[in-house]
Design a binder for this molecule. Structure first.
Ligand SMILES: Nc1ncnc2c1ncn2[C@@H]1O[C@H](COP(=O)(O)OP(=O)(O)OP(=O)(O)O)[C@@H](O)[C@H]1O
Length: 264
């Protein structure tokens, strides 16, 4: 990293071009006495897929929510697509999007109405065609005119992903994108994400408890534990460091406090 790439202490009013897709520095989030995120720093290159791993309560969702501008950090700095968050969020929110199975869309509205509202919020051009395209890509046709509240968990996850892709984001933040999906649908969603990343040169940051998903999709893995970064590297190098052949075993080692073995 050159000094020019690093976040400048006096950011100019305009967002910076040529920056990392995401840069967080010394990020801290306190909820009363809970250190949900405890001095986290990382930098994510454009066009990459990074997995955020960690046990329940490790701080993944809070980190993603702060990057999205939904939760204010207690301290630290966040830069997204060259824009300082949350100060310059108005300039960058249209270029990013997020998906979480834990954030419900209005239940009484149909899938089409929901996607139309979100599409308008993002000022999507040719919205009708965009929704038709997403319905075809994500196989929503059978329930496009059904109320969101009457969908199965897996169908809701697909709709949430369609909502996340409505504005063709450069940066996609995903919180457990295949939660509640059967293995076949989950695999198909992963393929869709890979295709989307390649077609748009998009950057994806995803929190997941599915280690096979992370091994398959991610160029890089950031492992969090109790709000801190425990490890940060490619899946292959992390597995080698722990002398393991699967990320699942690495996850268990980290969760149970077993140290790294194998390579230095
Ligand atoms: N709104 C909140 N108020 C108080 N504490 C919170 C709040 N949100 C999260 N926390 C706490 O912050 C810590 C980190 O939570 P977070 O949801 O970020 O973890 P996570 O890694 O996403 O966990 P999971 O895998 O269970 O989704 C936890 O101890 C949690 O209880």
């Amino acid at each position: 990293m050159t000094s020019d790439d690093a976040i400048s202490p006096n950011l100019p009013a305009a967002c910076r071009s040529g920056s990392a897709a995401i840069e967080v520095i010394n990020l801290i989030k306190l909820y009363k006495t809970t250190r949900a995120v405890d001095d986290v720093s990382f930098r994510i290159a454009g066009g990459s897929i990074t997995g955020l791993l960690g046990g329940n309560g490790a701080g993944k969702t809070t980190t993603i929510a702060m990057i999205m501008g939904l939760v204010l950090p207690t301290s630290g700095r966040i830069q997204v697509l060259g824009c300082s968050m949350p100060e310059q969020s108005a300039e960058v929110l249209g270029r990013m999007n997020f998906e979480s199975p834990y954030v419900d869309m209005p239940m009484r509205l149909t899938v089409r109405q929901n996607l139309t509202i979100f599409g308008r919020l993002y000022a999507v051009a040719n919205l009708r065609e965009r929704i038709a395209q997403l319905a075809a890509d994500l196989d929503l046709g059978d329930f496009l005119d059904r109320a969101n509240g009457k969908l199965s968990a897996g169908q809701k996850t697909r709709v949430a992903l369609a909502k996340a892709l409505i504005n063709q984001p450069e940066l996609l933040l995903l919180d457990e994108p295949t939660a509640s999906l059967d293995p076949d649908t989950a695999d198909w969603i992963r393929q869709h994400l890979e295709t989307y990343r390649k077609a748009h040169g998009a950057t994806i940051l995803l929190a997941s408890h599915n280690m096979l998903e992370v091994e398959r999709l991610c160029d890089r893995v950031i492992i969090m534990k109790r709000g801190r970064i425990e490890d940060d590297d490619s899946p292959e190098r992390i597995m080698a460091r722990y002398n393991r052949t699967t990320l699942e075993d690495v996850f268990l080692d980290v969760a149970r406090g077993r140290g790294q073995e194998g390579l230095p």
